[in-house]
Design a protein around this ligand. Structure first.
Ligand code: ATP
Ligand code: MG
Length: 608
């Protein structure tokens, strides 16, 4: 391609809304442009790179035995109701209604539709295993789209779905996807970390995330120095703390008047105590329906004699009292696990007042166990010698509350569990936990039978018994690969592309396009490289050398051949890597082969 004919509108100014390096560089290097919040148009350079990522992903998926399909982005809401995800996905799910009043969703992922396909087509164990994938746009109404294409509302995902006859089969399918992911990220030039993860609203029994460590990542990786443990923050387990020791006997609980003082900080200031010496009591309940689902709720309730029903789940109105130390944050994933997978949310004011008999801000664990369905106590609370907590009485707190003495740590509806986020200073398996930021580029899940049971994807086994298919699902954010590659490989002047996903492999710059000899030498090298199958861009613009070099640095093509008047007069051109400052003089006739050698050596490093 010729730069002069290509649409590469690079910009000097840093876009005002860009917070991360990759976002800034993707706009400046003319890879993409924002259309609206969380939606982007890819320009020729960006799209070329994206196509290269897609080609790598496709190759590795095919090699791993997955088969490419394409399902519609617009999917019947009915399928989503059947699995319960029209509720679980919450407001992130885009919905639309057609002229006949039929409800659809825009796919954020495709478990429902692919399982529906399997339900119709698979009936015998002889058809298993099967793994189907697609590479297509996905839609999520993210609360806060940010960081350019890293968290957008429309993005391209590779999503694969495996169907197996038994758990062993699933393990094998999972492993083959896991291995394919390792190859994909290596080939894309990304240094990845694999962490244990929660399966979130996907459901299922096991999951790993592939994360690219970098400062601007939104995810936190928690790991031990020896590499024996790595998990994301939602998942990261912590050792229980050892019981705090006290020299003297702790006095009886004492109520103190704390008028209008409800928050942890306010209570600490008022009572001259510290957050770590407080017990935070949080009340959760099963949601009825979020407001935006009211009309679905009404329709469902009508179907069930007015009884509130959560689609696909059955209705179990429960209230949970969760206790964490004042300086700790509750981890909803862990809480959900501790209560057996039930989806709960913070209770509303009337519920809190009903349970505690006090205004919001004064909930506490004393004398409340029989007023809630379950009481879940974090390990760290159980380890406290004593604490300050809400008194279940408006405007009052209680001091000297001793876990186990003043409220129970055991009982039919009482569990002591790990329900908080790990923090600095925590250990796991006795080893210190370390934290770093990262971008999640892919995730693999063992789903089990959640979807196949609800959507009837069943098969007859060797004995003629009917069984649900055992499923796995596997996602990769194509756009995030691009953004994270830039995030970890750049300098002050621009992008430094890994060769495998660079829009072009070689850039030939004609520094003095007005000089016929220079233009001709550049043209010859360009043509020779093209003939030899290299992806090459010729900068043939009639611009000053300085401008061209700035653009070259910005767009980051890995191998550069620079053709200038002076060196051409000596029979030479200059070759350099974008990643290095040093350039080498080579004879004009040798230039194409030298450039190809460099391309090959860069490619060699990304081989799996
Ligand atoms: P996150 O936690 O970042 O919201 P997720 O865990 O919900 O992502 P998955 O459902 O696992 O995402 O989707 C598979 C992959 O799709 C992710 O690993 C990520 O690379 C990509 N992805 C998810 N959400 C977005 C988004 N809003 N914009 C761009 N890529 C995304
Ligand atoms: Mg994920």
């Amino acid at each position: 391609m010729r730069y002069s004919r290509m649409f590469i509108p690079t910009v000097k100014e840093v876009p005002a809304d860009a917070e991360t390096t990759s976002h800034k560089l993707m706009i400046r290097a003319a890879l993409c442009r924002k259309v609206a919040s969380g939606t982007y148009t890819y320009l020729p350079l960006g799209w070329r790179s994206l196509l290269k990522v897609i080609a790598i992903v496709r190759e590795e998926m095919d090699k791993a035995g997955a088969q490419e399909i394409l399902v519609p982005c617009m999917q019947p809401a009915e399928l989503w109701d059947k699995t319960g995800r029209s509720i679980d996905y919450g407001p992130t799910l885009f919905r639309l209604t057609d002229r006949h009043g039929r409800e659809s969703v825009l796919e954020p992922t495709a478990e429902e539709v692919v399982t529906y396909l399997a339900a119709g087509e698979i009936n015998s164990y002889k058809q298993l295993p099967v793994n189907l994938y697609q590479i297509s746009p996905k839609f999520r109404d993210e609360f806060r789209p940010r960081f350019g294409v890293i968290r957008s509302r429309e993005f391209i995902m590779k999503d694969a779905y495996s169907f197996d006859a038994d758990p062993k089969g699933l393990d094998k399918s999972y492993k083959s996807m896991y291995d394919a992911y390792c190859r994909i990220f290596k080939r894309c030039g990304l240094d990845y970390v694999i962490v244990e993860a929660e399966s979130g609203e996907m459901g299922g029994s096991g999951s790993h995330q592939f994360t690219i460590p970098c400062e601007s990542g939104e995810d936190t990786i928690v790991y031990t120095e020896d590499g024996s443990y790595a998990a994301n923050l939602e998942r990261a387990a912590v050792d229980p703390l050892s019981k705090e020791k006290v020299a003297t006997k702790i006095a009886s609980p004492e109520e103190v008047h704390t008028p209008n003082i409800g928050s942890i900080e306010a209570v600490c200031t008022f009572l001259k105590t510290q957050p770590k010496d407080m017990v935070k009591a949080l009340i959760f309940k099963t949601p009825k329906f979020p407001p935006e689902f009211e009309k679905y709720a009404a329709a469902e309730e009508a179907k069930h004699d007015g009884r509130p029903v959560i689609v696909g789940k059955g209705w179990a109105p429960i209230t949970i009292l969760a206790l964490v130390r004042g300086d700790h944050e509750i981890n909803m994933e862990k809480l959900t696990q501790a209560i057996g997978g039930e989806h709960v949310e913070l209770a509303d004011e009337p519920t809190i007042e009903k349970v505690t008999g006090a205004k919001v801000g004064f909930a506490g664990p004393v004398g409340i166990a029989d007023k809630v369905s379950k009481m879940i106590i974090d390990h760290a609370v159980a380890a406290m010698a004593a604490g300050v907590t809400g008194a279940n009485k408006t405007d009052y707190h209680t001091k000297n509350v001793v876990p186990g003495r003043d409220f129970p740590l055991e009982g039919e509806n009482i569990t002591v569990a790990d329900i908080r986020y790990a923090v600095e200073g925590d250990t796991y398996n006795g080893k210190k936990l370390l934290f770093k930021k990262g971008i999640e580029v892919g995730q693999v899940f063992k789903l089990g039978t959640k979807y196949s049971e609800k959507l009837g994807a069943k098969f007859l086994d060797e004995n003629g018994d009917e069984k649900p298919c055992i499923m796995g699902c596997y996602g990769i954010g194509i756009n995030r690969i691009l953004a994270s590659a830039i995030e970890i490989s750049n300098d002050d002047n621009g992008i430094i592309w890994p060769i495998s996903i660079a829009p072009f492999e070689v850039l030939v710059t004609s520094v003095n396009q007005d000089d016929e000899k220079v233009a001709q030498v550049a043209e010859d090298i360009y043509r020779d490289l093209m003939r030899k199958g290299i992806d090459v861009l010729l900068d043939d613009r009639a611009l000053r050398g300085g401008v061209k070099f700035k653009d070259a640095d910005l767009i980051g093509i890995p191998v550069r051949v620079t053709v200038g008047r002076k060196s051409v007069a000596d029979g030479n051109v200059e070759i350099k890597l974008r990643s290095e400052t040093r350039s080498t003089k080579v004879l004009i006739e040798e230039a194409p082969d030298r450039a190809i050698e460099l391309v090959n050596s860069l490619k060699e490093k990304l081989k799996t």
